[in-house]
Ligand binder design. Structure first.
Ligand code: IMP
Length: 200
């Protein structure tokens, strides 16, 4: 069964294809279908944004569409940057400028606890929706460490690993990350859905 992934990011396609492959799921991107859906991500939660994207791409393609939305929630900042993680500090900042801004916002703060969150949504043309979530708990380091990954990885410290996300390999990160957890939960939900609805 064919699903379209609401992303322009080829890496996300490879990651999702690997996780869903043995369910008989084929993933295509918007680009491969020749569509480009610009969705205003104006939801107040990750789940709302994932559903907005999945619905828009499902309508444009006529196929079941999978979308995800993630971000970093810092508890001492009331959950910020949250759904604004990609835009924290304004458009046009580099990843490094953004995490340095976050470190400044936390200067003198003793509660550095934080979590990453991912929401995944699949919208089916028959109106059904499947949703899944994943989380990874940690804290904001006092200074950046590591060079792997992207975004806030150098300042997100995972207690159990005693490393930041940027000090983990891609495989080590996927085994514990918010995104890895959300994709595994989504896979389980989709497997159950496809058993009940073999035609989708
Ligand atoms: P997206 O919804 O996956 O595009 O994520 C939105 C933003 O959240 C990204 O632009 C990053 O700033 C941040 N983010 C999400 N996941 C991660 C992660 O695994 N590491 C670091 N930053 C992340």
């Amino acid at each position: 069964m064919k699903f379209v992934l609401a992303t322009q990011n080829a890496k996300k396609k490879a990651e999702l294809s690997a996780i869903l492959h043995d369910l008989g799921v084929e993933i295509v991107t918007e680009e491969e279908l020749g569509i480009h859906v610009d969705v205003e991500e104006n939801g107040t939660t990750f789940a709302e944004n994932a559903a907005l994207k999945a619905d828009a791409v499902m309508k444009a393609s006529g196929l079941p569409a999978i979308a995800d939305d993630s971000g970093l929630c810092v508890h001492a900042l009331g959950g910020a940057p949250g759904v604004y993680s990609a835009r924290y500090g304004g458009e046009g900042l580099s990843d490094e400028a953004r995490y340095r801004l976050l470190l400044r916002a936390l200067a003198g703060q003793t509660d550095r606890s934080a979590h990453f969150e991912t929401a995944v949504c699949c919208a089916f043309p028959n109106g059904d929706h499947l949703a899944a979530n994943g989380e990874c708990r940690g804290s904001i380091a006092f200074s950046p460490m590591g060079t792997n990954g992207f975004g806030y990885d150098p300042v997100f410290f995972v207690t159990e690993q005693r490393k930041t996300f940027a000090q983990l390999t891609a495989e080590e990160k996927a085994a514990i990350s918010h995104r890895g957890n959300a994709l595994r939960a989504f896979r389980a939900a989709l497997e159950a859905y496809l058993k009940e609805n073999p035609e989708g």
